[in-house]
Write a protein that binds this ligand. Structure first.
Ligand code: FMN
Length: 395
């Protein structure tokens, strides 16, 4: 049996193995987007449409991916995005990705819909960030923030691009429902993935531990998921950000920003950073591709807050493109989830290593030995990509 680094040469190899390991219903939950999945396809498609312009005859013998964000130096500008219900992918999935990020010295964002609790993640990876979905009950919001602060977490990420549940037809067709309740067809298909089924039978349905204190004592994992769904999503507006800014003393990041007016308002409200994201194509199918939203946001922000990016990254060269357009950090969702599904912790580490090695190669190939020096001069921009205004309206 070849070693993991020979078996999985690319994120696509991990993707193929994830598909083999996971029952279709779980694979589709990870893989899918909203409606026709136009946005899902365009996120990667548009990233790939950017071409790089190399500078040769540059000394690239020493190359660095180190970046500083919120006063901390990370080994690479590639972090792990928040993903809910990772316990369905692999037992203890949140913890595994938190450990991978901690070990690799890259940022990890614990999902607001995680299975692991804030406290257990903070104990294993004190440098983790925590994502929050607005809850209907203000007492729950208050308590979650207090718990994050008490656990010593530095950075709160509030996701604003889920005002309503989206229509994920792929999930509906393959039988994904919240709370998870497999139909006979789903059970039958799952039997073709015996390793996953064995783990599920051993460990049971994963519990959304963060919400246990707010639900009736002795609640089942299934009913707890239903309780969570009764709280999230909650309607919200800018008062949410004002309120969080007032209560949260650490770094405040808003995830799901796609418009320059919104980034200007974030600056006014004292937000420390934004993640330019369309939720990996899982929310608004007619959303602009994240990479197309990035230039105008960077130009509006004028370095007054940290601009980060996600959606569609499958190669290290995708990271090089996003950094060249002004992102400081990039997050990956599915790429890390594929690694986790394919081979647990070694698989997730492999996903990060692949991306880091590919980014390193891209830096060497284009003659930019330090990620901090990436910029538009390393991109060949078509006319429609030349100015932020055009880039944000043309495809
Ligand atoms: C399985 C899965 C679950 C997700 N859950 C969350 C979540 O709980 N909170 C959140 O803010 N974003 C969530 N996202 C979106 C990711 O944080 C990120 O924006 C997206 O995955 C980036 O796109 P990519 O998968 O193409 O890298 C989820 C994405 C996936 C694939």
């Amino acid at each position: 049996m070849p070693g993991i680094s020979q078996r999985f040469l690319s994120v696509e190899d991990l993707h193929a193995e994830a598909k083999r390991y996971l029952p279709r219903v779980i694979f589709d939950y990870v893989e899918g987007g909203a409606d026709d999945e136009i946005c899902l396809d365009e996120n990667s498609g548009r990233l790939r449409s950017f071409k790089m312009r190399p500078n040769y005859l540059v000394d690239i013998s020493r190359r660095s991916q180190q970046v500083e964000v919120f006063g901390r130096t990370y080994a690479s500008p590639i972090g792990i995005a928040p993903m809910g219900m990772l316990g369905m992918v692999r037992h203890n999935g949140d913890m595994t990705l938190a450990e991978v990020a901690h070990q690799s010295n890259i940022p990890f964002i614990l999902s607001g819909a995680s299975n692991a609790s804030i406290e257990e993640i903070a104990a294993a990876a004190p440098d983790a960030w925590a994502q929050y979905y607005p809850c209907k009950d203000p007492a729950i919001e208050h308590d979650l923030l207090e718990r994050m602060a008490k656990a010593g977490l530095s950075t709160l990420v509030v996701t604003v691009d889920v005002p309503l549940h989206s229509k994920r037809e792929r999930n509906m067709r393959s039988g994904w429902v919240r709370p998870y309740k497999p139909t006979p067809a789903v059970i039958f298909e799952s039997l073709r993935h015996p390793s996953w089924v064995a783990s599920y039978l051993r460990n049971g349905l994963p519990v959304m531990k963060n919400f246990l204190p707010y639900a009736p004592t002795g609640i089942s994992a299934r009913d707890l998921t239903a309780f969570y769904a009764s709280q999230v999503p909650a309607p919200h507006g800018w008062p949410l950000i004002q309120n969080l800014r007032q209560k949260w003393k650490g770094n405040l990041v808003v995830k799901g920003i796609l418009g320059s007016e919104d980034v200007l308002r974030c600056i006014d409200e004292g937000v420390d950073g934004v993640i330019v994201s369309n939720h990996g194509g899982r929310q608004l199918d007619r959303s602009i591709a994240s990479i197309d939203a990035l230039p105008s946001i960077v130009s509006a922000a004028k370095e007054k807050l940290v601009i980060m990016f996600d959606s569609g990254i499958r190669r290290g060269s995708d990271v090089a493109v996003a950094l060249s357009l002004g992102a400081r950090l990039c997050f990956v969702g599915r790429a890390a989830a594929y690694g986790l599904a394919a081979h647990g912790k070694p698989g997730a580490l492999r996903a990060i290593d692949i991306l880091r090695q590919e980014l390193d190669l891209a830096l060497g190939q284009i003659g930019c030995p330090d990620v901090r020096n990436l910029g538009p001069r390393f991109l060949w921009l078509r006319r429609s990509q030349e100015t932020p205004d055009l880039a944000s309206t043309h495809y």
